[in-house]
Structure formats: C-alpha cells, structure tokens
Write a protein of this length. Structure first.
Length: 94
C-alpha cells in the first residue's frame, strides 16, 4: 500500500533535485548579467563600484545569489509537485 506513495515521493524529489541543479548551472552561466540586473540601481545611487575586504567575498556573493535565485525560481515547481502528490493520494481509488 505504501510502496506506491513512497515511490511517488522519491520520483518527485528526484525531479525537484534535478530542476534545482539545472537552475544552479543556468544561473551560474549568467551570473554577471544577474548581478548587473540586481546591483545596478544600488551602484548608481550609492557607489561607483564594489569594495571587497576579503578575496572570497565576491565568490560567496555569487554562490549565495545563485542558490537564492534558484530556490525562488524552484518554489512554483515545488508547490506544483506537492499539489500533484496530494491529488493522486486523494483521488486514487483501490
């Protein structure tokens, strides 16, 4: 009885993980455009350039930005997967 539901959860988690990794790679490719889009208004108002106090500050900024934007773009798909799992459980008659 539970094997179908567990298999369904595993498949849906695999889809979510695959989608998240794909989004991370896509945003990693376009990280310069993404940073320009996000930080350009701040740079025109306050600063003319970024100031780094540590060598890895820019790297950490890129990684955090990629993970955050990837998670934000993944949220609608996550909600879709949850709703589909619940509807299969509700309307699956045996």
């Amino acid at each position: 009885m539970f094997s179908f539901h567990i298999y369904n959860i595993i498949i849906r988690c695999f889809y979510l993980l695959y989608s998240f990794v794909l989004l991370v790679f896509v945003f990693f490719i376009y990280i310069n455009n993404l940073c320009f889009f996000i930080f350009k208004p701040l740079l025109t108002i306050y600063l003319s350039s970024f100031i780094y106090t540590n060598l890895l500050d820019l790297f950490y900024l890129y990684i955090q930005l990629i993970l955050l934007i990837s998670f934000i773009f993944l949220l609608p798909y996550l909600i879709y997967q949850i709703i589909n799992f619940l509807t299969v459980g509700i309307f699956f008659s045996r």
